[in-house]
Design a protein around this ligand. Structure first.
Ligand code: FMN
Length: 193
């Protein structure tokens, strides 16, 4: 049986086929316990029956907010095909074994860059040179060696509870429908655009 997330995978593929260079980034929205919202783009690395996976740096704002309040929303806007998908749900941190598994799937250059910037992610730096010098030092330090899993690397899985699909149409009324999950059972409902 098709899962409600299968259509997202299809829409991603169709957006790429329509010419989008990279349809993987999406907006991740979080909210503090004090009801302060924040949103930013992240790359959705994998979509499967269990949910959507994304990766980030331990200690940054989104991690603090997600650990404090695991309710989150991922929003895709597919510009070329004029489609939106909103996935609401709860996030859970990945296990260390899962982090290790995904870390190993990155090219060496990405692992080096992550090792360089992750400890200071989104914090003020005096200038870009500080990081460029650190990058040279890390390249030297790990020359000829496997880059170990950065202690700052961490992933989350968003487990969907509601998924809304919105396809804008100009020939007729737009197509809008949602899937809602309750006690493990999904139901589909058409919505007015
Ligand atoms: C195209 C694009 C992809 C990005 N992907 C990620 C990502 O996968 N993970 C991440 O932590 N930040 C990613 N960022 C940076 C975030 O948008 C954000 O600026 C940064 O993580 C700090 O967010 P925070 O302060 O809310 O934690 C990306 C930015 C862009 C423009």
């Amino acid at each position: 049986m098709l899962s409600p997330l299968d259509l997202l995978t299809t829409w991603l593929a169709e957006e790429q086929s329509a010419g989008a260079p990279n349809a993987k980034p999406a907006v991740l929205s979080t909210c503090t316990k004090d009801n302060v919202p924040h949103a930013r783009v992240v790359v959705i690395r994998e979509i499967n029956d269990k949910g959507l996976l994304f990766f980030t740096q331990r200690g940054n704002r989104k991690v603090r907010e997600l650990l404090d309040n695991p309710q989150a929303v991922i929003t895709y806007w597919f510009e070329l095909l004029q489609r939106q998908v909103i996935i609401e749900g709860t996030v859970v941190p990945l296990s260390e074994a899962e982090n290790e598994h995904y870390w190993k799937s990155y090219p060496r250059e990405s692992q080096l860059r992550f090792t360089c910037y992750a400890p200071t992610s989104a914090q003020p730096i005096t200038n870009k040179e500080v990081l460029e010098n650190k990058m040279k030092q890390i390249e030297h330090e790990f020359k000829g060696q496997v880059i170990p899993l950065s202690p700052f690397y961490c992933g989350f899985r968003l487990r969907p509870e509601r998924i809304m699909y919105y396809a804008i149409r100009t020939d007729a009324l737009s197509d809008v429908f949602e899937y809602r999950q309750s006690d493990g059972v999904w139901t589909m409902q058409w919505l007015s655009p």
